[in-house]
Design a protein around this ligand. Structure first.
Ligand SMILES: Cc1cc2nc3c(=O)[nH]c(=O)nc-3n(C[C@H](O)[C@H](O)[C@H](O)COP(=O)(O)OP(=O)(O)OC[C@H]3O[C@@H](n4cnc5c(N)ncnc54)[C@H](O)[C@@H]3O)c2cc1C
Length: 562
C-alpha cells in the first residue's frame, strides 16, 4: 500500500459496494425429528412411542451442518464405474464418494435396512419408517440399496434354506462396501433386477433365461443368460432377479461372487446418466451364465418378488413424503426470514396461502404413510392386511405423483436463488419424479388397485370401513365418500377411469386420517381445499386455499426453528 497515494482511501471506500441484508441462511443445525411435529404426532399415534427418545437423538445427529453436507457431497460427486482394472481384469467396480459410504454406514448401523425383521413387535415398521423418512431428507439416493436390502427379506423367506444362509448377514448392522465375496463379509446388501429393455412394467416379457445346473426347483442352482436394463446399486452383494426357467418366469438370488471365490458374470456395461437420484448408481448389465439359486416356486417369480415390491413401494411413499418435508421446510425457513414490499414473506396473505397449502400436502402424505406403516406392523389382522394390499398402491401413486409439483412450488417460494445449483432445490426437484416412475409407474399402480379389487373384493369394504372411522366429523368428507361409493357401483370403463378413482380414494383416506388425528386447523383446511364439491373437488395450484383457513397456525406448526 502506498501511504502517500491521496486517493487510496476513497477508492477502498468505493469498493465497499453494498451491505448484504434481508437474505436467508442455511437451514442447518436443527433436530429434524423435534422440529417435525406432524412426524412426532404420527410416531406416537401409530404405535412407536417407545422410539421417541432414539428418534430425538437420530434427528439431532443428522441435522448438523456437517452431517447434512454428506448429502450434498454424495450427489455432487456421483459414482463412477471401472469395468476393468488397469491390467485388464474384469472388476465391475463402482466407486463412490466417501460421503455416500458415510450415509450407508449410518443407515445400516441404525437398522434402516432391517430393524422390523430383527426387532419385530409393536411399532417396529412405524419406527423404521420414521428413521428412513428422516434420513431420506439428507440424501434420497443411498436409500435405494437400503430399501432393497430391507425389502428382500420377505421374498427370501419363501425359501427357508436360502433365508437361513443369507438373512443373518443381510440384517446385520454392518456395512462393508468391499468388492469381495460375501463369505468374507459380516454384513451384506441386496439389489433387485427385473427390468429389461423390451419391458419393465410387463416383466412377463423378460427374455433372460435360467438353465438348471442339476436338480431343478426352489433353492437349486441355475445359470442365467440375458440382460437387465436397470440394476440399481450394482455393488450390492446379491440381487433378486427374474428369469425364464423351464417352468416359467421365476425368481433367483444371484450373488456378485461365486462360492468358489470367482467373479459371477453379472457384468456392468455402464452406469445410467440420471437427471436425479445421482448419489445412487444405476446400471445396465449382462448376465453371462451367472450362478443363481431359485427363490420361491418355479414359474411363480412374480408372486415371489411381489413380496419385495410391496415393501419397496411402501418405501417410495416414505421417500416422497420425506422429499415433501425437505422442500416445505426450506420454503418455510426462507419465508420466515426474507422480506419483500415491507413485510416478512410468511406474513403476507398470498404467500401464507401458498405455504399453508404446501404444508397441508405434506401433512396428508405423512399421515397416510405412517398409517400404512402401522398396518404393516399388524398384517396378522385381516383388516390391516387388506388395507396394505389396497392402499399401498393408492398411496404410492398419489404421494409420489404429487411430489414434483410440490418441490417446484416450494422452490418458487425461494425465488431466483432456489433455481441455483448451490441451493437444495435442484436436487430435490430432480429427485422428485423418480419414486413415481420406478417400482410401478402411475398407471401400473392404478391398475394394481383395480386388480386388488377384482381378486379380493373385500378390500373395498375394508377401505370404506377405514373411511367410516371419520364419518360425521366433516360434511365435505362425508359427501366425498358418498360420491366415491356411488362410483364403485358403475364398473363400466373402470380401467379408463382408474386415475380419477384412485385420486379420489387417496384424497378421501388422507382427509379421513387428518380429520381423526390432526389439529382441526389442518384437517378443516385440507377438506375445504381438496374435497369441496362445489369447486369441482380435487386440488388446483398451491395457494388456492379458500377463505377462512388459519394459515398462520398451519405454518407455525411446520416451520423448523434452526
Ligand atoms: C433411477 C431408476 C432406477 C431403477 N432401478 C431399477 C432396479 O434396480 N431394478 C429394476 O428392476 N428396475 C429398475 N428401474 C426400472 C423401473 O422399475 C422401470 O423403469 C419401471 O418399472 C417402468 O418400466 P419401463 O421403464 O420399461 O416402462 P414401461 O413398462 O414401458 O412403461 C411406460 C409407461 O407405460 C405405462 N404403462 C405400462 N403398462 C400400462 C398399461 N397396461 N396401461 C396403461 N399404462 C401402462 C407405465 O405406467 C409407464 O408410464 C429403475 C428405474 C429408474 C428410473
Amino acid at each position: 500500500m502506498n501511504a502517500t497515494d491521496p486517493g487510496l482511501k476513497d477508492r477502498l471506500f468505493l469498493a465497499d459496494t453494498h451491505e448484504v441484508i434481508n437474505v436467508s441462511r442455511e437451514l442447518t443445525d436443527f433436530n429434524l425429528y423435534e422440529q417435525d411435529k406432524a412426524l412426532q404426532d404420527a410416531v406416537q399415534r401409530e404405535g412407536a412411542a417407545a422410539a421417541h427418545e432414539s428418534l430425538m437423538d437420530f434427528g439431532q445427529r443428522i441435522g448438523t451442518a456437517e452431517y447434512l453436507d454428506l448429502g450434498v457431497q454424495a450427489n455432487r460427486f456421483g459414482p463412477e464405474l471401472d469395468t476393468h482394472d488397469r491390467f485388464g481384469n474384469r472388476v465391475d467396480l463402482v466407486k463412490f464418494h466417501p460421503a455416500y459410504h458415510a450415509l450407508m454406514t449410518t443407515s445400516i448401523e441404525n437398522g434402516l435396512h432391517s430393524s422390523p425383521w430383527t426387532e419385530p413387535g409393536p411399532g417396529a415398521h412405524v419406527a423404521r419408517a420414521a428413521r428412513f423418512y428422516l434420513h431420506s431428507q439428507v440424501d434420497a439416493g443411498h436409500g435405494c440399496p437400503i430399501t432393497m436390502t430391507f425389502a428382500a427379506v420377505p421374498s427370501l423367506r419363501t425359501t427357508p434354506a436360502l433365508a437361513a444362509l443369507w438373512e443373518p448377514k443381510i440384517t446385520a448392522r454392518v456395512y462393508d462396501p468391499r468388492n469381495v465375496p460375501d463369505a468374507q463379509k459380516a454384513g451384506l446388501t441386496i439389489g433387485m433386477a427385473m427390468t429389461e429393455k423390451q419391458g419393465g412394467s410387463d416383466v412377463r416379457a423378460n427374455t433372460t433365461r435360467a438353465h438348471p445346473i442339476g436338480i431343478e426347483g426352489p433353492g437349486q442352482a441355475y445359470e442365467l443368460v440375458g440382460h437387465k436394463f436397470f440394476v440399481s446399486a450394482p455393488m450390492c452383494d446379491a440381487f433378486l432377479v427374474l428369469a425364464q426357467a423351464p417352468g416359467g418366469l421365476s425368481c433367483f438370488l444371484l450373488p456378485r461372487w461365486r462360492p468358489d471365490g470367482s467373479k459371477n458374470p453379472l457384468q456392468v456395461l455402464r452406469l445410467k446418466r440420471k437427471m436425479g437420484n445421482v448419489s445412487n448408481a444405476s446400471s445396465e448389465t449382462e448376465l453371462r451364465g451367472a450362478l443363481a439359486w431359485m427363490v420361491g416356486e418355479e414359474g411363480r417369480g412374480v408372486r415371489t418378488i411381489i413380496e419385495m415390491v410391496a415393501m419397496t413401494r411402501f418405501d417410495c411413499m416414505i421417500g416422497s413424503s420425506a422429499g415433501q418435508r425437505a422442500a416445505v421446510a426450506q420454503a418455510l425457513h426462507h419465508c420466515s426470514i426474507r422480506s419483500a414490499f415491507g413485510a416478512v414473506l410468511n406474513q403476507q396473505p398470498l404467500m401464507r396461502n401458498v405455504l399453508a397449502d404446501l404444508v397441508l400436502e405434506h401433512e396428508g402424505s405423512l399421515a397416510l404413510t405412517m398409517r400404512m406403516a402401522r398396518a404393516i406392523d399388524h398384517r396378522n389382522d385381516r383388516h390391516e392386511d387388506l388395507l396394505v394390499r389396497l392402499v399401498t398402491a393408492v398411496g404410492k401413486y398419489w404421494i409420489c405423483k404429487r411430489t414434483p409439483n410440490h418441490a417446484y412450488e416450494s422452490m418458487e417460494c425461494i425465488g431466483g436463488s432456489g433455481v441455483m445449483e448451490d441451493s437444495p432445490f435442484p436436487r430435490l426437484f430432480r429427485e422428485s419424479p423418480v419414486n413415481a416412475i420406478w417400482e410401478g409407474s402411475g398407471n401400473v399402480q392404478c391398475l394394481d388397485v383395480l386388480r386388488a379389487m377384482q381378486k379380493t373384493p373385500e378390500v373395498v369394504q375394508v377401505y370404506f370401513a377405514e373411511l367410516a372411522k371419520a364419518r360425521g366429523a366433516n360434511a365435505a368428507l362425508d359427501r366425498w365418500t358418498a360420491s366415491l361409493q356411488a362410483e364403485f357401483k358403475d364398473l363400466s370403463d373402470i380401467e379408463y377411469r382408474a386415475r380419477d378413482i384412485v385420486d379420489r380414494m387417496a384424497l378421501a383416506i388422507q382427509a379421513a386420517l387428518l380429520v381423526q388425528h390432526a389439529p382441526a386447523v389442518v384437517a378443516d383446511a385440507f377438506c375445504a381445499s381438496r374435497l369441496d364439491d362445489q369447486a369441482g373437488g380435487g386440488h388446483r395450484n398451491y395457494g388456492t386455499l379458500p377463505r377462512g383457513v388459519d394459515c398462520a397456525a398451519i405454518i407455525e406448526r411446520a416451520t423448523p426453528q434452526a
